[in-house]
Design a protein around this ligand. Sequence first.
Ligand code: 4UV
Length: 582
Amino acid sequence: IYTSAYPSVHICRRSIFTHILGVSSSSPGTVGGFPASSPAFIDALSGTTISRGKLRSYALQLAFSLHNLPLPLENRTKTVLIFSPNSITWPVMMLGAVAAGFRATLANSGYTPHELKYQYIDAGAHLIFVHPSLVGTARTMLRSLECSEQEIRSRIIVAGVQWIMGDKDVSVPDDQLKDLVTITQLLGRGELKEEVSFDGERSNETVYLCYSSGTTGQPKGVETTHYNIISVLEMLKPVWPNSKPCLTPSIPAKGGVDVLFGCLPYYHIYGGVKLLHLPLFLGVPGVVMAGFDPDGFCAAIARYRVTIGFVVPPMLVVFARHPAIQKHDLTSLKILFSGAAPLGAELVLAVMKRMKSIGADVDILQGYGLTETSPTVFLLPVPDASSHIGAAGVLLPNLEVRLVGETEGEPHTDIPGAGEVWVRGPTIMKGYLNNPTATAEAITPDGWFKTGDICVRDKDGFFTIVDRRKELIKYKGFQVPPAELESVLLQHAEIADAAVIGIESKEEATELPRAYITPSRPLSPQEASSFALGVQNWVSQRVASHKQLRGGVVIIDKVPKSAAGKILRRELRERAKTDVAV
Ligand code: 4UV
């Protein structure tokens, strides 16, 4: 058992809302320990800013209305589903729900109605906060559940930026929204005096439900508690670079304070913790952006004097090669932090060289973690960034790790000392929602969570991820559960069997999902390639963009399976080295 080199940190047992946005009579004028007037979030494109004080007040106003909404199931924990790309309204929705004592389940904003329905039902959601541009998807989903128009109106709350900040969004036609409740209507009706308390044992109650497939099968609701999130923030602190909080109402023109930025979605644990909770916890502004485009990203770094940028490896490819890097002043940038997928040493070296060439002195840090571990387990600290390129980092305080050598008598890799990462500590999820079987498979009776990732540790305590042993595919940091795509493929009338694996793309620094399919009747070589293309198209109409079969489709006679009927993905990965996909 390896323990952290850092001394253990103290973790409060209270609500995450109190922890980051609490007020106390001993320090008037502050929210979460920093001036109420200082900026909490800034919209990258418009520059619209929401201060810490405004954020707290809006969240408590929203909580007041949520309390007074006539919702069914009075005695059960209420759950709000958030269905929106990043916006400065996001923290209001999320923390308003938390202040009201609700759980928030966070859905990918690219979901189709079918994907959304799965999470809405599984999480037992009562209400949906929907971005104006996604109201159509939410309506279709609710109609497919045979909700009446009146029920639909009582379940959707439209939550755009425009209302909350008093602007009007011209891109959404009013008639699509006219009969729906908007977040603005829920604000200004009153303000909850204080947030719902989760002190003591109640801090072990679930607050967020992100979805993860874990090591196998369909996406499952990950029960993240108040205590889990407070723990990760406190445990990050000693490993995190010393931050300079912003104590004035706007970012000083000359810089000198830390500014965090990224376009990682808030609905994923990486964006949710690093871009939403961490800035509030550290007292530094977070710059908000919904999607990644190289020019826009670099322009925001220059405009807001961003010091720490959060990325996934494919975005670092942009930093290594894209002309936008030269067009903007990126010299404020001190750190690029990468997580959610393997990061190759060559890519790190290429980015370091490029950043030097434009006069930016940037350390490239890495973090490793999972939705189930809230998320960070390993983090590469600043002093070690250039001496440990490629390492995922050192163990965070309060955590223990084992590298378990063999499962089912089968060595993981040829690398000496490599083993599956098992983690124990205060950031491990409570379990998978309503799924005791999957929970028991993931967490041992003495509290070890099995990650499914293979790792080595060097003599100085740095951990490097060398392989992934579970089914999961990662496309640009997003989870693509093969079982989910396989069940979609098996709905195709002309597919008898299917298996999905990830193919590595060095070029894009990501994996691409590839399907191996057995048609229900023999096909001639000519028919085969148009069939494969047709399948690719057919799938793309049924799943979110990140799950599309970008790694192609290969037709095979028979999907290789074990005697127990389990797909032998290792065999497929072996054949993929020489296969040509359509
Ligand atoms: O459940 P999930 O989608 O979760 C994440 C979480 C990412 C992180 C990592 C460090 C942070 O500090 C942070 O804030 C967020 O992606 O997927 C979990 C799986 O993604 C792979 C690994 O297979 C996990 O089981 N993964 C995550 N980080 C890394 C990684 C990494 N640094 N290197 C290799 N694989």
